[in-house]
Design a binder for this molecule. Structure first.
Ligand SMILES: Nc1ncnc2c1ncn2[C@@H]1O[C@H](COP(=O)(O)OP(=O)(O)O)[C@@H](O)[C@H]1O
Ligand SMILES: [Mg+2]
Length: 304
């Protein structure tokens, strides 16, 4: 048993215990400053998660918040495509100890920082103790951020669920299409029933709506079904209009919130970001707790 494995186990056991390593300042920081960790996921792919996560992050950053976007979608890591840059390094280099967190994180001109994941995250459920320690202790430096927003991808793979279950809050994105709604229910069901004694707060966003009332209807139906069959509460966070400006912005590789700030979609994002910023009743636990749960979930996955 390596020392690192022991430290990792300690991190998994305690919330306020010993510092993970000699990074005293980070630990102290973390006690004062609680980063909100929000995972964006969906049942079905192509519902607008990456656009939502990226533009929500940019909107929150426009309120002078420190926002880190993490691209944890394995199959289709594309936050960088939406923002028009090619990341040099990603989580893989952190795992391999080739780069530090500061070297893999990209400062964008949109006020958000981005961590590219792709090849690194595809291995997150299969990391050795030593590798997981490297990731977890590397990411601890994120405790300076106000928000860590994770684009976790679609579906109910171990990878998506590990991130969703580790975060304080999860935003499930759906469209009004029946297939998207059914698949959203599928992932909510797994979040609600799978977790041991910890469950993230579940929010719903309805994307590509024709009207506000369409979004509200989808959310009401989903809330009532989830309450009846899963005995779980979900909060409706808001909707985003179907808007051709999004398509245009994606083609130009610019975030629509910046490309078309007056568009209907951008107004919806602004409103949603305000709601996210105003949620105060949260008992968010910060980065350390998130990483502890992530380590635990991935460790459990390994035993499966
Ligand atoms: N509100 C919207 N209005 C119009 N088109 C949208 C909207 N949201 C997403 N899209 C379209 O859907 C595509 C997929 O969105 P994306 O965010 O990549 O989805 P996901 O991450 O869920 O796979 C976008 O490139 C865009 O063309
Ligand atoms: Mg995506």
């Amino acid at each position: 048993m390596s020392d690192q494995a022991e430290v990792l186990r300690e991190l998994m056991r305690t919330t306020t215990g010993q510092p993970v390593e000699s990074k005293q300042s980070i630990t102290e920081n973390n006690q004062e400053h609680k980063t909100r960790v929000i995972t964006i996921a969906s049942g079905k792919g192509g519902v607008g998660k990456t656009n939502f996560a990226t533009n929500l992050g940019i909107a929150l950053a426009s309120f002078d918040k420190k926002v880190v976007l993490m691209d944890a979608d394995l199959g289709m890591a594309n936050i960088n495509v939406l923002l028009g840059f090619i990341p040099k390094y990603n989580l893989y280099h952190l795992i391999r100890k080739q780069k530090t967190l500061n070297e893999i994180i990209v400062n964008t001109k949109y006020g958000v920082k981005v961590i590219g994941g792709a090849s690194g995250f595809s291995r997150i459920a299969n990391l050795s103790d030593a590798e997981r320690y490297t990731v977890v202790s590397g990411l601890l430096a994120l405790s300076e951020a106000d928000y860590l927003i994770i684009d976790a991808g679609a579906g109910v793979s171990n990878n998506v669920l590990a991130f969703v279950n580790a975060a304080d809050e999860s935003i499930i994105v759906t469209t009004p299409e029946p297939t998207s709604i059914t698949d959203a229910y599928g992932i909510i069901k797994i979040i609600a029933t799978e977790s041991d004694n910890w469950s993230p707060k579940i929010h719903l966003v309805v994307n590509r709506v024709q009207s506000a009332s369409q979004g509200k209807k989808v959310a009401e139906r989903m809330s009532s079904i989830v309450a009846t069959f899963l005995n779980t509460k979900i909060e409706y966070l808001g909707y985003v209009y179907e808007d051709s400006k999004i398509y245009e912005a994606v083609r130009k590789q610019k975030p629509f919130f910046v490309y078309a700030p007056r568009s209907k979609a951008s107004q919806c994002i602004l409103q949603t970001a305000k709601i996210v910023g105003n949620i105060t009743e949260l008992d968010n636990k910060g980065i350390k707790s998130f990483l502890r749960r992530l380590a635990k979930h991935t460790a459990v996955d390994m035993k499966r």
